[in-house]
Structure formats: structure tokens, C-alpha cells
Design a protein around this ligand. Structure first.
Ligand SMILES: Cc1cc2nc3c(=O)[nH]c(=O)nc-3n(C[C@H](O)[C@H](O)[C@H](O)COP(=O)(O)OP(=O)(O)OC[C@H]3O[C@@H](n4cnc5c(N)ncnc54)[C@H](O)[C@@H]3O)c2cc1C
Length: 471
């Protein structure tokens, strides 16, 4: 266990001098409690910070970090707290550095197609702003309305458009970071290529606050896609649905921007929560939601006709085309609100995040169904089918106590994650490791683990930056 220093009243006075009286939360249990958790498990994974500070500039972050490094106080950087791996939970107490006040879009450089943002910008605010100028930020996750860009970069978030545009790492051109010694360094920038030495920019992506605190981010923009069309395809069972994912792309020779998957249990719960009924809901075992982008109506028509034929040949019960906002919104609401829909009926539902080659999805779905029977626990599943990224969500049996459930659900999700790794996958596709999947990371990436740890030790020799996460 790390030997950390303690936050003192004198230190808090220093923090107030740096960021201002109103930007420090100290001694107020209720206010501190808001920073004790993320969305991974509510109160049972929470831990109180000693103090929360809300800087407004890289210089202020740097001054705070220098004090913490000198006194060996743990720091937990925090975005919106929407994470699902416990990565923003201050498990050793200490200082939470919240990025909520660093929420300015610093520039949209149309000539270079780059957005320069502070880390506390809500992802959707950026998407909206760039669209005003005919541009598009394609790296957004499903939590687009709540999560911050800084959190997306720190977790290497995914989303529904990875098959076409890649996950967050593909959109990050540069990062300014405050390193654990307080130094402010810019890695990358507006340039699109860089073969000059190690690519530290992309080492920082997905580092979950363990290597430094991002204070400025340079993001790739592309032209706003013209129009979209959404297809909803119900299938008799999961296996038929999943086996269509690859053929849909190769046989129709069209690249969708999304291929999402949702199973029957999720649909039944989501239907009640969203007050929406989908076609074939009583008979379908699974649905694919597919989105295409194109410049005009006729281009999209020709795409969805080809795609529809492949899906029907592949066993779809029918293919519904949503080419207007109302119908599209209805379909996507089911998928976007998937977790909320389950949590409305089982509030203590943790979420797995396995990724594996798409061809192996039927095997993992079969395994999840076996685990569900063995443990007598319902496990609805949804995910980004085209990326092979699935989210199993075990639901607490009504009579089981919370403490028992915590261990039980961890065991269930660990089994599924280990199986995914065995099938050529990994234990997290987009949510990150946090502290909840540390053991799984160590067990499944044995050969890389020591290399990762040696980067951490070089960059943060005092181990103050988000300790207890990833390692
Ligand atoms: C309903 C729902 C849907 C979701 N859908 C998706 C999805 O489609 N795809 C997906 O990938 N995730 C999804 N998530 C998970 C979550 O939204 C993402 O992990 C998101 O990227 C976290 O961003 P945040 O700002 O909330 O970060 P936080 O949860 O606050 O922090 C996450 C990590 O980032 C670090 N961090 C935050 N800011 C900085 C910074 N400035 N510098 C350094 N480190 C920093 C923290 O220390 C922590 O390690 C979903 C969550 C919910 C609740």
C-alpha cells in the first residue's frame, strides 16, 4: 500500500489562494459526497475525497499538482463522473481535481479542421457547436449529453460510430497535460501526422488520469455527414442477428456508421421504461439497429435497399426503415436509454464491457446465457455489434442483499470478461479499467502489464496520480 500524505487545513488555505475560495470544497460532507462516486455502482463503490478543487487554468492545475507531489497527496482527476469502471472514485481520499470549470471551447479552426477545447466541455456541446459550421466530431460516446471530452479522452471512449470513424483515440491530435511533477507539456497539436519519436499523445489517451491531467485537447473534425437513415431489423434469436453483422458489410459493400445490438430482455425493459413498442416485439429474440450516412435521399435509398436484402436473406423477420426524425428517435431512444431502462427496474445493475472479434460474439452470447442460468440471474445484453463490444448487465435478484450482490455480480462479470479474453478479446472495450477491472487486466495482459507499469513509474514516481487505478 502506498504511503500518502494527509490533506491539512494549511494546504487547503494554499489551494484557496490558487483557485479562489469558492472553487474549493472542504469539510462539507454532502458536497464532497457528490465527488465520491461515478456511475459504476453508486454508494457501494464510493469513497470520500478530503477536498475537491475546481481549477480554471492549466497554471492553476500545475500549482495544485506541485503541492500534491511534494506532500505525496493522491490526486483523482474528475470529468463528469459518468464512468462505469470506478476510475473517478477517489479510493485513497486526497484531492479530487474537478475539471468542471475548464469548459471552454477555445477555438474551431476550420482551415485545419481541428477543435481546441478544455477538458470540461460536455461532449454534446462540442458536437452542437461544430455542426453550426458544417463540421462533425465523430468520436462521441452514447453518454454524449453528460460526459466531458476530457473524460472521453482519458477512457478512450467508444460509441455507436466506431465501425466507421474509430473510437476517441482516432480523433485526438494533441493534448496539453499537467504531468505528475506539475510540468505543463503539450504533446501533438494541430498537425495530422508525426513520426518524430514515441507517440506519447496516444499513450495518454485511455490513461484514466494516471499519467497526468489534460488541460487542453486538440480534436479532429470532419465535414458533417449529409443525411442519415436508420434500419431496425428484428431477428428470431441472438445468433441469427449477430451472424448478420459481417455479411451486412461485406455483401452489401456499404459501410454503416453504426450497427448496434439489443436483446429481448433489454427490449422488454426498455419498452416499459420508454413507453415504446417495437415491431415484432413479442416474437423477436434480438434486434440490430443500423445507421447509414449519405449525401442525399437517392444515395441512401440505394444503400438501404441493398442492406435490407442482405438482412432478409440472413433471416431478419423484416427490415423497418426510419428515414424521418420521429421514427429514428424512437429506435435510438431504446438503445441510448438502455442502461437507464434496466436500472429503472434493478437500480444496482453493474455493466460489463467486453470486446472480442465480431465473429466470436455468438460464442460469448452462448456463454453469457450459460452463466445466467448457472447463477439464476437475468443478464440483458446490448452493445456495439460491429465493434464486437458487448455490455452484459446482470440484474440483482430481488431478495439478495446488496453486499452479497456486490460480490456475486463481480464474479459474474469477471467470468464473462475472462471468457472474452480467452476468445481473443479484452476485458474492456471502452469503459476502461478503473479499479474494478485491475485484476482482470493483470491476468489477461500479463506480458504487457509490466511495460505499462514501467511507463507509470517513470512518469509518476511518487504514485500520486489517480492511485489504485489500472494497476
Ligand atoms: C448511460 C451511460 C452511457 C454510456 N455510454 C458510453 C459509451 O457509449 N461509450 C463509452 O465509451 N462510455 C460510455 N459510458 C461511460 C462514460 O460515459 C465514459 O467512460 C466517459 O468517457 C467518461 O467521461 P466523464 O467525463 O464522465 O469521466 P469521469 O467518469 O469523470 O472520469 C473517467 C476517467 O477519466 C479521468 N479524467 C477525467 N478528466 C480528466 C482529465 N482532464 N485529465 C486526465 N484524466 C481525466 C478520470 O480520472 C477517470 O479516470 C456511458 C455511461 C453511462 C452512464
Amino acid at each position: 500500500m502506498n504511503e500518502f500524505g494527509k490533506v491539512t487545513a494549511a494546504m487547503v488555505k494554499e489551494f484557496k489562494k490558487i483557485v479562489g475560495e469558492n472553487a474549493v470544497v472542504y469539510g462539507d460532507g454532502d458536497a464532497l459526497n457528490n465527488y465520491s462516486r461515478d456511475e459504476s455502482g453508486g454508494e457501494y463503490y464510493s469513497h470520500m475525497p478530503d477536498v475537491v478543487v475546481k481549477p480554471e487554468s492549466a497554471k492553476q492545475v500545475s500549482e495544485l499538482v506541485k503541492i500534491a507531489n511534494k506532500e505525496r497527496i493522491p490526486i483523482t482527476p474528475r470529468g463528469a463522473g459518468s464512468g462505469l469502471a470506478g476510475a473517478a472514485v477517489p479510493i485513497y481520499g486526497g484531492i479530487v481535481i474537478s475539471m468542471e470549470k475548464m469548459n471552454r471551447i477555445l477555438g474551431i479552426d476550420k482551415m485545419n479542421m481541428v477543435a481546441i477545447v478544455e477538458p470540461g466541455v460536455v461532449t454534446n456541446d462540442l458536437c452542437r457547436k461544430v455542426s453550426e459550421g458544417g463540421l462533425y466530431y465523430a468520436g462521441y460516446p452514447m453518454s454524449v449529453e453528460t460526459s466531458f471530452i476530457g473524460g472521453n479522452v482519458a477512457t478512450n471512449a467508444g460509441g455507436s460510430k466506431v465501425i466507421k470513424y474509430g473510437n476517441t483515440v482516432h480523433h485526438v491530435l494533441g493534448i496539453e497535460a499537467v504531468l505528475p511533477n506539475g510540468e505543463i507539456v503539450q504533446f501533438g497539436g494541430k498537425r495530422r501526422k508525426d513520426s518524430s519519436g514515441y507517440d506519447i499523445t496516444h499513450l495518454l489517451v485511455g490513461s484514466e488520469g494516471t499519467l497526468g491531467i489534460f488541460t487542453k485537447i486538440f480534436l479532429n473534425l470532419i465535414p458533417l455527414p449529409g443525411k442519415t437513415v436508420d434500419l431496425l431489423a428484428p431477428f428470431r434469436d441472438v445468433f441469427t442477428a449477430i451472424s448478420n453483422v459481417g455479411t451486412l458489410i461485406t455483401e452489401s459493400r456499404t459501410l454503416p456508421s453504426s450497427v448496434e445490438f439489443i436483446d429481448d430482455t433489454s427490449i422488454a425493459l426498455g419498452s416499459k421504461y420508454n413507453n415504446i413498442t417495437l415491431p415484432f416485439q413479442e416474437k423477436a429474440g434480438a434486434y440490430l439497429i443500423i445507421q447509414y450516412e449519405g449525401q442525399g435521399k437517392s444515395e441512401l435509398e440505394s444503400i438501404y435497399e441493398k442492406a435490407g436484402k442482405v438482412l432478409i436473406d440472413g433471416g431478419a423477420m423484416d427490415v423497418f426503415v426510419a428515414d424521418n426524425r420521429t421514427n429514428s428517435e424512437k429506435i435510438w431512444r431504446m438503445r441510448r436509454n438502455w442502461l437507464e431502462g434496466i436500472k429503472a427496474f434493478a437500480p444496482h445493475t453493474p455493466t460489463g464491457d467486453v470486446v472480442l472479434p465480431t465473429s466470436e460474439i455468438p460464442k460469448i452470447m452462448d456463454y453469457i446465457s450459460k452463466v445466467s442460468k448457472e447463477y439464476k440471474v437475468q443478464i440483458p445484453v446490448a452493445g456495439h455489434a460491429a465493434d464486437g463490444n458487448l455490455h452484459p448487465a446482470p440484474m440483482k435478484p430481488e431478495k439478495m442483499g446488496l453486499n452479497e450482490w456486490k460480490e456475486f455480480s463481480e464474479e459474474i462479470l469477471s467470468k464473462i470478461a475472462m471468457k472474452a479474453a480467452e476468445l481473443g478479446g479484452a476485458v474492456s472495450g471502452e469503459h476502461g479499467i478503473g479499479f474494478l477491472k485491475k485484476d482482470l487486466l493483470r491476468k489477461t495482459k500479463r506480458d504487457q502489464y509490466a511495460i505499462m507499469k514501467s511507463f507509470k513509474d517513470v512518469m509518476d514516481p511518487n504514485g500520486i496520480m489517480n492511485p489504485g487505478k489500472i494497476f
